[in-house]
Design a protein around this ligand. Sequence first.
Ligand code: SF4
Length: 70
Amino acid sequence: MPAASKVKVLLDTYECNGCGGCAELCPEVFRMDETGEKAELLKADCRPLTPELAEAVKMCAQQCIELETC
Ligand code: SF4
């Protein structure tokens, strides 16, 4: 996927194990919810695919973050 792509972020909170990696790598898009056990999206709109976002997707061990071209 080229760096200039725009993507919509989809998060499967059922599969999320709460490791916090995505929120650490890309705090612009992800944060942990109030229980601290699940990630949640700060921004789910169509947005540029930044290197930080791509890294968060790659590093999620549960593979619960998906990007959809928009
Ligand atoms: S990196 Fe994946 S498993 Fe870890 S908190 Fe984020 S969405 Fe959940």
